[in-house]
Ligand binder design. Structure first.
Ligand SMILES: *Cc1c(COP(=O)(O)O)cnc(C)c1O
Length: 377
């Protein structure tokens, strides 16, 4: 049976279909075409940095690992409470992942415990702005700077969000965004690499284009193109870019609607904030309404709530099994305890949130959640 209220639903908002048709009629739907260039122009002014569209955020993270020349023996610090791609990108280059714990109030990386994870082998810190809420970037960049370590932002969830008034995605040497259908701005599958450290600009283009200097050739910077470095096919089709560009034109409307829905949840659930934890946003961060989660008191309570909602045709999900306890990592590394990451993994529940959601849908979910807590007391 189909859920009455699914967890996520892709949407179109403007000229997605028209732009795809237009891309085809222009005679080029492979990568780096008309709409890719339009997306690049949009993001380069948005982030004030060179940007490259990729087929996914996973791709942008893999490009980051290549650009940082990660090699076997290098250590990379990554929060355990994240999606597998954050770690996989660096594992693929042979790095040893040093898993970091979450904060007590928020699943984001606990910067106060970062410094003791650093060794002479540490090459990079990868931070994840969970739920689009900023990590403490002043503290993190300061630590990285003092130890001469690169910072990569996994900003997959963090479009249109800020740290002390500065846009997320502009802090790291590199930053990766996602346009997967579960994110705020979507293209089915899609991603972006933001290159804030200018020393990576040239090589990023080469790695993006299968290790060739094809991009420089088309800009007239070299008179023939060939194989000059390692690389892969990281660029998306112009069909993806056409869809994405139509969404970018309506970013404000999308964000306005998501924040409206998010605030409805928050205001209606405040009443039971003694029973269940509501999302926490530090004063240095903004809320981009990427996801709405609740933090239950125990794993049993969380699983019961998911079941309770499912019986009412509402699809809620949990998030992230901690990576340091995954089957893959358990076979490679000695076990360790990361108490907060394990706790969030056991107790966090994500409620449905998507652009086309109705106010009535939110109210129905709120009613069910309240019913669960009142009947449980
Ligand atoms: C969604 C997500 C990714 C992966 O994005 P894709 O575009 O699907 O590759 C990586 N990291 C985090 C934190 C995510 O939320």
């Amino acid at each position: 049976m189909l859920s009455k209220i699914p967890f996520n639903k892709p949407f179109i908002i403007g000229n997605e279909v028209e732009y795809i048709k237009d891309a085809i009629s222009r005679g080029q739907i492979s990568g780096n075409g008309f709409y890719t260039k339009k997306c690049h122009a949009f993001f380069e002014s948005y982030f004030n940095a060179k940007c490259l569209l990729t087929s996914s955020c996973t791709d942008a993270l893999e490009m980051s690992a290549l650009l940082l020349d990660i090699e076997p023996g290098d250590e990379v610090i990554i929060p355990s409470f994240t999606f597998v791609s954050t770690a996989n990108a660096f594992i693929l280059r042979g790095a040893k992942i040093i898993f970091a714990d979450s904060q007590t109030q928020h699943p984001n990386i606990d910067h106060t415990k970062l410094e003791k994870l650093i060794t002479h082998k540490t090459k990079a810190i990868v931070v994840v702005h969970y739920a689009g809420v900023a990590c403490d970037m002043d503290a993190i960049c300061d630590i990285a700077h003092r130890h001469n370590i690169f910072v990569v932002e996994d900003a997959a969830q963090a479009i249109d969000s800020f740290y002390k008034g500065k846009r997320l995605g502009t802090f790291g040497d590199l930053a990766a965004l996602s346009f997967h259908e579960t994110k705020n701005i979507i293209a089915g599958e899609g991603g972006l690499l933001v290159i804030n450290n200018k020393s990576f600009e040239k090589r990023a283009e080469i790695i993006w284009e299968k290790g060739t200097n094809r991009a420089a050739f088309f800009k007239g910077e070299v008179n023939k193109y060939g194989w000059v470095d390692v690389g892969s096919s990281f660029l998306p089709s112009d069909i993806t870019a056409a869809f994405l560009f139509a969404q970018l034109e309506h970013m404000q409307r999308i964000q306005f609607q998501r924040k409206k829905l998010w605030n409805l949840y928050f205001d209606a659930l405040k009443e039971i904030s003694n029973e269940v934890g509501l999302p926490y946003i530090p004063e240095y961060a903004t809320n981009n309404a990427h996801l709405f989660y609740l933090n239950c008191k125990s794993e049993t309570e969380r699983d019961n709530l998911i079941r309770f909602l499912k019986e009412r045709n509402i699809q809620a999900v949990f998030h992230y099994l901690p990576l340091h306890q995954s089957d893959y990592i358990k076979n490679l590394y000695d076990s360790k305890e990361l108490f907060q990451a394990q706790r969030f993994s056991a107790t966090l529940i994500r409620l449905p949130l998507y652009f086309d959601m109705l106010v009535d849908d939110i109210m129905e979910i709120v009613k069910a959640v309240k019913e669960f807590y009142y009947s449980n007391q």
